[in-house]
Structures are given as structure tokens and as C-alpha cells.
Design a protein around this ligand. Structure first.
Ligand code: SF4
Ligand code: SF4
Length: 424
């Protein structure tokens, strides 16, 4: 990635510290991904993106900025990409998934903050992530307390806009989120100098729906009870890259993977031996490059066939109604779709439990692992209800808590191996 050195310097990055990250990532990726056998050929695109992760997409974003476009960073699957797209801006997810950034975040946040939030702040303040340097605006949301407070600190260093997220799902909350989306659209118009029209927003809705449909095809192929055409690790990587790639290219590449997986299912080409136990993973998001848990599960005799999480099904399930007559109709259509996401920040959150039980059937799973990022008290507390419902449904359940370090890897492996063995 050294070809991008001047770009990183122009972004005022700490290139020496950043070099250390660039040195460890290829090894981590190689050990985790390139050692897997029989990967789909279409994963070549995603391998290439990782090999150029701090170069290729950032350089596209900078080129767009030179043409007068804006780049907007987000942290949550409730922020509607459609509005950013309709205003002619680019978007990128910013959630940090590496331990590399955590100590930097701990200079600003209490240690007992979830690693995703600490890593995100560390990436910005340590100046070691180009995406955090490029963005013209960061959009936060009032989901969990950790993020709300972190946004105040981040806002001292970068322009921030906060969307006020309802915490319940009554009709007034859906109306409230539609109003918030409308206010966000006005902010985007102010930022970009462009007017959001109903036709433009309808087009953006179609673009993002196309991306959702393509990602859904990949997950549909993973439902096959007799074949596992792609590892959970590769599926996770596709989802993680979807958060910052161009949406049209994301759809095109995901469709190529889906074509290959559908053919693999017809031909009986599996990446795991017959009888491998199928795991549904639920819980807190797995931001790039957090591949730890998938790697442990998939080298312990099981395969992850579904992720009920924001870096999984929540990102693409449910489409937004298209061809809206007015902007207000479009904002309401967006609100209705986004409010179908079932994050633990909502109360009550029975919808998530319903999703987990539905997906356990759809993906023909043998067991469910609920993973929680350390210090995320929302998902941690919700585990009680999830576990109860899963037990009542007669599905084996394992709850784990972890962070971005490798210090618990062996302990996790022991527990996961025992769980997989118990599945028979
Ligand atoms: S877990 Fe909740 S707060 Fe975090 S990205 Fe998902 S929806 Fe947003
Ligand atoms: S994992 Fe939990 S604490 Fe961390 S950002 Fe998401 S909701 Fe907040």
C-alpha cells in the first residue's frame, strides 16, 4: 500500500504509526483467509480490496472531493444511506474493528467502554485511518450511551451531526424518525449545496435496494441445508466491505458471488465437509478487521451460516418502498424500513428474538452463539431474554463475551470446541 504514502501525508496522517498497522494486516488476513481452502473465485475482488484497504477506496473518495462531492461517515445501520446518496455525496461506515486503535481511544474514553467505540475514536485521534481523515461530516445517532458521549468528544475534532433515534417502535416513533430523516436531508442539502428531489431520492432508494437484494442473494445461498458454499468468514468480509464500497459496485460484486454460490449449491461444492455443524451468530457488530470469532468457530469444526447482527442480516433485510410520490412519502418509507431493524437500544426488542428464531429455521442451524463486545451492556442485558427464548425453542445456545485482543482466544476456542462437540 506504499503507493499511497503521499495521499496519507496529504491527509495529515501519522504515517509512521500507520505503517505498523499496514505491516500487521496482511499477516492477519493471510493467516485467517488465505489459509482457507476452496474459497469462491469471486472472493478475489474482496481480497484485493483488503490488500489496498487504506488506499483504493480512500483515493476514490478524494477524487470525488476534488470534483466537489462530499464524503459522509456513519456509525450505525439506522442512518439512511439513501439520503446521502440522493444529495450526491459518498458514504462510508467508520466503526473501528481493530485492537490497534483501542489504546488511542482509551486516552479519551473510560477503559470500560466497548472496544468498537474506543477503536473508532482512536482511529480518528491517532490519525491512522484515512477514512476518518477524509470525511467532511460524521453522522452520529442517539443509540447507545457509549456512542452518544463519544460523539461529543469526536465533535471537538470533526464536524458532527446527530440524529435523534427513537427508542421505541410506536407509530409516533416511526413518524419521529421520518421527521429526523427529513431534517437530515436538509443538513445534507446544506453540506453539499445540492437539492434533494423526489426523483433523486427514489433513484437512491433503488440503488441501495439493489445492493440489499444482491447481499440477500448471498445469504439465501447460505440457507441451503445440504451444502455450505461459502465460509462465514468470507461472507462477513463481504458485509464489512459493503459498508464503505460504492453501492452500485457492491451490488455488482455481490451478485457475482451469489451467481457462483448458487452454482456451487447446484453442484454440491462445499467449503466444509458434509455434516459440519451450522452456527447462527447473533449479537454486537463485527467491524472490519474483527475476524476473530468466525476464525475460531470455523477452525473448531463448525461453520457460521448466518450473522443476525448489523454486519449481517440487519444491513440488508427489508427493502424501502420505491417510487414514492412526494419527499415526505419517501422519508416515511425510509423510516418504516429502518425501524424494522432490531437493535438492543430499543425497548421492548422482541423483534430481535423473533428474527433469531426465524433465522435459526431459515438457515437450518444446529446451534446459536450470542457474542457480546465487552462493556456493551445493551446486548449483554438482552442476552437473558435471547437465551430464554432460544432454550425454549430447543436450540443449543452459547453466550460469549470478548473484545479485540487475542488474550482470550484459547479460552474461547476451548469453549467453542466443547459447544460444537455437544452439538453431536
Ligand atoms: S448495534 Fe445498534 S447501535 Fe450498533 S450499529 Fe447496530 S443498530 Fe447501530
Ligand atoms: S457494541 Fe454496544 S456499546 Fe458498542 S457501539 Fe454497539 S451498541 Fe454501543
Amino acid at each position: 500500500m506504499s503507493d499511497y504514502l503521499q495521499m496519507w501525508k496529504d491527509l495529515d496522517m501519522d504515517v509512521e504509526t500507520h505503517d505498523m498497522l499496514c505491516q500487521v494486516l496482511p499477516t492477519a488476513f493471510g493467516d485467517t483467509f488465505l489459509s482457507m481452502e476452496n474459497r469462491p473465485e469471486s472472493m478475489g475482488f474482496y481480497d484485493f480490496v483488503v490488500s489496498e484497504i487504506h488506499g483504493i477506496r480512500p483515493s476514490e473518495m478524494i477524487a470525488a472531493q476534488k470534483e466537489g462531492k462530499k464524503v459522509v461517515g456513519t456509525f450505525c445501520v439506522y442512518v439512511p444511506d439513501e439520503v446521502i446518496n440522493a444529495a450526491g455525496a459518498l458514504f462510508s461506515g467508520l466503526c473501528g474493528g481493530s485492537q490497534f486503535w483501542v489504546p488511542g481511544g482509551e486516552k479519551y474514553l473510560p477503559k470500560n467502554t466497548c472496544p468498537l467505540v474506543k477503536a473508532s475514536l482512536g482511529a480518528r485521534f491517532d490519525r491512522t485511518c484515512p477514512f476518518f481523515r477524509i470525511v467532511d461530516l460524521i453522522v452520529g445517532e442517539t443509540t447507545c450511551d457509549a456512542k452518544k458521549k463519544a460523539y461529543e468528544i469526536l465533535g471537538e475534532d470533526v464536524p458532527m451531526y446527530i440524529m435523534d433515534m427513537p427508542q421505541m417502535k410506536r407509530d409516533i416513533d416511526i413518524q419521529k424518525w421520518a421527521d429526523e430523516i427529513k431534517a437530515f436531508a436538509a443538513k445534507m442539502e446544506e453540506l453539499t449545496g445540492n437539492t434533494i428531489t423526489v426523483d433523486g431520492l427514489n433513484d437512491a432508494i433503488k440503488t441501495i435496494n439493489a445492493k440489499r437484494k444482491a447481499l440477500a442473494r448471498i445469504f439465501d445461498a447460505r440457507k441451503n441445508a445440504d451444502n455450505i458454499p461459502i465460509s462465514g468468514l468470507d461472507a462477513l468480509l463481504i458485509m464489512q466491505i459493503a459498508f464503505f464500497d460504492d453501492p452500485a459496485r457492491c451490488a455488482e460484486m455481490a451478485n457475482k458471488v451469489a451467481d457462483e454460490l448458487e452454482q456451487r449449491n447446484k453442484d454440491g461444492v462445499s467449503v466444509f465437509p458434509a455434516g459440519t455443524k451450522r452456527i447462527l451468530l447473533t449479537g454486537t457488530p463485527l467491524a472490519i478487521p474483527n475476524w476473530k470469532l468466525h476464525h475460531i468457530i470455523e477452525t473448531s469444526g463448525a461453520a457460521v451460516v448466518c450473522e443476525e447482527m448489523c454486519t449481517g442480516t440487519r444491513y440488508f433485510e427489508n427493502l424501502v418502498e420505491e417510487d414514492n410520490a412526494t419527499l415526505d412519502d419517501a422519508y416515511m418509507a425510509l423510516s418504516k424500513r429502518y425501524m424494522k431493524n432490531n437493535c438492543s437500544c430499543f425497548t421492548p426488542n422482541q423483534g430481535r428474538i423473533d428474527d433469531i428464531l426465524r433465522m435459526a429455521k431459515e438457515y437450518n442451524v444446529d446451534g446459536i452463539i450470542d457474542t457480546n463486545l465487552k462493556f456493551c451492556c445493551l446486548y449483554d442485558t438482552e442476552r437473558r431474554n435471547v437465551e430464554k427464548a432460544v432454550n425454549e425453542a430447543g436450540i443449543p445456545f452459547l453466550g460469549i463475551e470478548t473484545d479485540y485482543t487475542d488474550s482470550d482466544a484459547e479460552q474461547l476456542r476451548t469453549r467453542i470446541e466443547a459447544f460444537v462437540e455437544m452439538l453431536g
